[in-house]
Design a protein around this ligand. Sequence first.
Ligand code: NAD
Ligand code: IPM
Ligand code: MN
Length: 351
Amino acid sequence: MTYDIALVPGDGIGPAVVDAALPVLSAAADAHGFDVETTRHDWGTERYLSAGAMMPDDGLDRLADSDAILLGSVGHPEVPDHVTLNGLLLPIRKGFDQTICKRPAVLFDGVRSPLRGYEGGDIDILVFRENTEGEYADVGGREHLGFENEVAVQSAVYTRRSTERIVRAAFEAASERAGHLTNVTKSNAQAHGMVFWDDVVAEVSEEYPDVTVERLLVDAASMDLIRRPDEFDVIVCSNLFGDILTDVGAIVTGSMGLAPSANVDPGRDHPSMFEPVHGSAFDIVGEGVANPLATVLSGSLMFEHLGEEAAASALWDAVAAQLADEGAPRTPDLGGESTTEAVAADLRERL
Ligand code: NAD
Ligand code: IPM
Ligand code: MN
């Protein structure tokens, strides 16, 4: 079996983490009897600066036949983020109907949480973030620019189709895990979209009598992810809330450099996309010390999605074993002094 993986390394540390992770993924594939063929798309802000667009006009068509997409990061200090992200990352999530964003936040053995008293295994959260609409809908506009009566409107959009899809995916995961789902909204202030969301959660919950549902407002949820992260299991939330909560989840479990992400089209009409939660990390770009593990773990989620469970587990377990091994290389975000390449080379050996 050969999988065609489209690579979009992107900007900042994106190319470094994708280049480091790829041989690790290939090693896992080799060991489990399948091949990974890659098609690399050097799209991103360099292309924008030279050719005027982040990707070609037919960019999505070029990705459409791949089995999955592995993305690094998008965003560059010289171009406004809303231009770069709406030119490359967000159109893929939206255009390919990748409604389900799955983001695990796991405290591995050997990793220190900035929170006191948590050991490896104490925190194990799976966030389901709606990924194509909500607060990220490109609906709105600006009028009377520069005048005193200037107005900006940014509307949030919640469709029944996508809301049901993300909520059902979260219930499904919760019923396979500990049977506990936390629904995070802001229904006290946003009486249309968020109350609709709560209604959908209530409807879908009837199909899952084994799952208990806890409701939290997003402000309290942000606090509780720091105060009592061990009590969360599965979280379901809208696009923006999921974005914010998964950075909190990443840092309470040790580092942005460890947090993976899957953007899944539940209909499987389009390729799904796998990427670290982190961004371009301008503060460390070019230093050779970006942590590649978030990308490797995203590769594990990718193999799982492709049905290659054994390779997915092998990757996940190799990362866990490396982190648990005090003598193993680790990048500075985890308190070490090793390079991206040293961490990846150690993982290749473990595989
Ligand atoms: P960031 O995730 O790039 O960085 C936040 C902090 O985490 C920085 O201190 C950085 O050094 C650290 N960090 C991130 N990844 C790391 C890694 N692999 N190893 C070690 N340390 C790591 O967030 P930001 O600074 O808010 O964003 C920078 C740019 O990236 C912006 O343009 C933003 O829009 C973009 N961004 C893109 C994506 C994406 O493409 N998926 C995600 C987030 C941010
Ligand atoms: C993420 C990122 C993106 C998001 C940005 C870069 C648009 O922060 O994947 O978490 O908000 O989804
Ligand atoms: Mn984010």
